[in-house]
Design a protein around this ligand. Structure first.
Ligand code: AHR
Length: 665
């Protein structure tokens, strides 16, 4: 079989490989030990779930605040620190005098009870004073772009001045855009302006956002916000480059809001879905569980709209009465848990209820009259950690209430087959169980092919709701902090191997999603690695594992077909076919360091076209990866194939993920 149109350093290798393939394409050579992959196209193992591949998300690694959520200002409601206006600084010149402080008395309302007070003793048009926000590791300035700034302000009696809004270089020496927001009055009022950056301004993240005054007096500010253009122009929407990367993965579902972020470090700090709804002035935010406060600007409705914008369906995780170690707080099943079950039913009604229902009407009032499609509800997260062993009873209580009200909803248990039998739920059989796999690349490559074979085919379906390969050091071990935020090629090979294992077991695996998905790569930005997609204020990139997922999701049929590999451990692979078009997708992972010729024998079909296409992701170096500086170092390359037929030899490059697309009839 011949490749063509594959650019880059791989080409040289392929030339050698092609020759090698020619030499090996005979039975004598096969007897010499070449692995054989037999593909039986008329024998269906299982349909591939239409929702096989999705996204898992939570507020970790500044996934939303300082990530996907478009807001550019950090600590916009002055709640990130009770003593100091962190991320805000005073802007003064030699001819001006002012001070700023948090004001816990002059808040905008009960939810946003603290404001920022700016007291100006001396200022003039030539000597402005103000407050500056440094954003999330800088504020990105893109040329010729409209930014929406808004804030609430009020002034002490007698004040007559206006507020000037500007975006400046971080040191304040250059002004990139500015606008007058109008006079400030004695009562709280919202101000909005558009700032347009000049076309000749080079992109930079070295900027700050400032609110400036030109005269003495006292002004309070709250909910200060600065947005770039967003995906689909949604107000309060998401960052465009990251949404594009997610859309390119073709996700079929979004699992939210966690992960640990759902549970919180205590019952009191669990994900508070109700207080993440409605106008931003009513969203105080809450302490996240990953070391920083969540603004909840990307709140419950925004999760649903995010899924909707990507044609993905929500997989809603509801709080189930257990919060994280070390406290391990548990709500006792029975009457104590009843309000939490009722809360989950309200939450489901918010998602699915029509506008005649209380919570459906609330959703409509929030701007989304149409109900969302919801089929899967997950009861908690990783409840195998619950040392009290209460999950069986808690799950049963939620299950019964949800099924009574919503019989068609599928209930997902968070305790799967990986946990000891005593930890699993027995009282009610879950529709699915969520299993999490954070394992070494080597483990995924070696164990992947057989892992799911031992599963009870009559048991609950599997949702692999979190998985990722690490290279050698587990994410929760301290040395992990020294490694790059996104996976190297070594991990990507493990991820590809694990994906083939899951795809081949589509008869039991309904859904799977990599985790975590997003990471702000700035120092201090992350709490976990490896993560699929990295970014700073200005740019983003996909890791090699991101491209593995993208390749797999772009090239998948609707049926898994019967296959046999000899020897069985030669490589990781999966084969699917598209029933109507006759296309066959053969995924092959060579984790080894030498070229690997594989003979492919196709049966159960009249004809295989002699030409086809392929996509290959390859790296000579296992420790190579992508980064902000080199976003496209390792990306898949496409090519065309010739010499195909019912029997052909494909030589896989060392350290490679290859997808062959054959046309059959
Ligand atoms: O993905 C990171 C964390 O790993 C998730 O929050 C949690 O569910 C798992 O332990």
């Amino acid at each position: 079989m011949l490749y063509s149109h594959i650019p880059g350093s791989f080409l040289g290798q392929l030339a050698a490989v092609t020759l090698l393939a020619g030499a090996l394409f005979n039975p004598a050579a096969m007897a010499g030990g070449m692995p054989v992959l037999r593909v039986q196209l008329d024998r269906i193992v299982a349909p591939v779930s239409p929702v096989f591949s999705g996204m898992m998300t939570e507020e970790i690694n500044h996934s939303y605040d300082g990530g996907l959520y478009g807001e550019l200002l950090q600590n916009r409601v002055f709640k990130d620190d009770a003593q100091n206006a962190v991320h805000w600084s005073l802007v003064q010149s030699p001819g001006s005098e002012a001070q700023m402080a948090l004001d816990p008395v002059q808040g905008l309302n009960a939810e946003l009870a603290t404001s920022l007070r700016l007291e100006v003793a001396q200022a003039s048009d030539a000597n402005l004073v103000g407050v500056a926000n440094d954003g999330y590791w800088g504020i990105p300035v893109i040329p010729a772009t409209d930014y929406r700034a808004s804030f609430y302000a009020k002034a002490a009696p007698g004040y007559t001045g206006s507020v000037r809004v500007a975006i400046q270089s971080a040191d304040g020496t250059a002004v990139y855009a500015s606008a007058d927001a109008g006079p400030v009055r004695g009562e709280w009022q919202k101000y909005s302006v558009t700032l347009t950056t000049p076309a000749n301004r080079a992109p930079t993240a070295g900027a700050r956002f400032v609110l400036l005054l030109d005269r003495p007096g006292t002004v309070w500010f709250d909910l200060v916000s600065f947005f770039p253009p967003t995906w689909k122009d949604r107000p309060n929407g998401n960052r465009v480059d990251l949404m594009q990367k997610l859309a390119d993965m073709r996700p079929r579902f979004l699992r939210f809001p966690g992960g640990n972020f759902l549970e919180g470090s205590s019952i009191a700090t669990r994900f508070p879905w109700r207080q993440t709804l409605g106008d931003l002035t009513r969203r105080p935010g809450h302490p996240g569980c990953w070391g920083y406060r969540a603004s909840d600007g990307l709140g419950f409705l925004e999760f649903l709209e995010w899924a909707e914008d990507l044609n993905a369906e929500p997989v809603l995780a509801v709080y189930a009465g257990y919060s994280l170690p070390p406290k391990n707080e548990v709500v006792k099943p029975g009457p104590d848990l009843a309000p939490f079950v009722a809360d989950a039913l309200d939450e489901i009604e918010y998602v699915t209820g029509d506008t005649n229902t209380l919570w459906g009407a609330c959703r409509a009032a929030d701007g989304h009259p149409a109900p969302f499609k919801l089929r899967y509800v997950e009861i908690g997260n990783e409840d195998w950690f619950d040392p009290s062993g209460s999950y069986d009873a808690r799950f049963a209580q939620f299950y019964d209430a949800i099924k009574a009200r919503y019989p068609k909803l599928q209930c997902i248990s968070t305790v799967g087959n990986e946990q000891p039998a005593g930890k699993r739920v027995h009282s009610r059989i879950p529709d699915l169980v969520d299993e999490h796999y954070y394992r070494s690349a080597q483990n995924f490559e070696e164990e992947g092919p057989a892992h799911f074979d031992r599963y009870d085919r009559n048991g609950p379906k599997i949702f692999v709701g979190e998985w990722a390969a690490y290279e050698d050091i587990a994410p929760w071990l301290p040395p992990s902090a020294q490694l790059p935020p996104t996976p190297t090629f070594k991990a990507a090979l493990g991820d590809a191997a694990w994906l083939t294992a899951m795809e081949r077991n589509s008869d039991i695996i309904l859904m799977q999603c990599y985790a975590p998905m997003l990471v702000n790569v700035n120092p201090g930005g992350r709490q976990w690695r490896p993560d699929l997609i990295g970014y700073n204020a200005l740019n983003s990139y996909g890791s090699p594992s991101y491209y593995v997922l993208k390749m797999f999701n772009e090239n998948r049929g609707d049926m898994v077909v019967k296959t046999a590999l000899e020897p069985a451990t030669a490589l990781n692979y999966s084969v699917t076919k598209a029933t109507t078009s006759g296309q066959v997708y053969i995924k092959l992972v060579n984790a080894g360091e030498t070229p690997l010729p594989v003979q492919i024998q196709v049966a159960g079909v009249k004809h295989v076209d002699s030409t086809g296409t392929c996509e290959v992701l390859q790296s000579d170096k296992l420790d190579a990866g992508n980064s902000i500086a080199e976003p496209d170092k390792l990306v898949p390359v496409s090519g065309t194939l010739s010499g195909l037929g019912k029997r052909f030899t494909q030589t896989l490059a060392p350290h490679s993920v290859t997808i062959l697309e054959l046309q059959t009839r």
